[in-house]
Design a protein around this ligand. Sequence first.
Ligand SMILES: [Zn+2]
Ligand SMILES: [Zn+2]
Length: 68
Amino acid sequence: MSVSGLCELCQTNEVVDGCDRCGRLACEVHFDEETGLCTECLQEVKGTGGEERRRDPDGPDGVDTYQF
Ligand SMILES: [Zn+2]
Ligand SMILES: [Zn+2]
């Protein structure tokens, strides 16, 4: 797949590939070939220990909002 245009992260370098996570197009500086992620996603993934958080702390717990 060939893409052309400017990196969506730096708006300067030519795009080499799209991020598998956020879909943004990144240049060779902002794209990690090992993971297929842009550097921003790479930081996020690494920052959470490589595991995406699936639990939602503010998820629905049966509390109703009364409206009178
Ligand atoms: Zn870039
Ligand atoms: Zn990304």
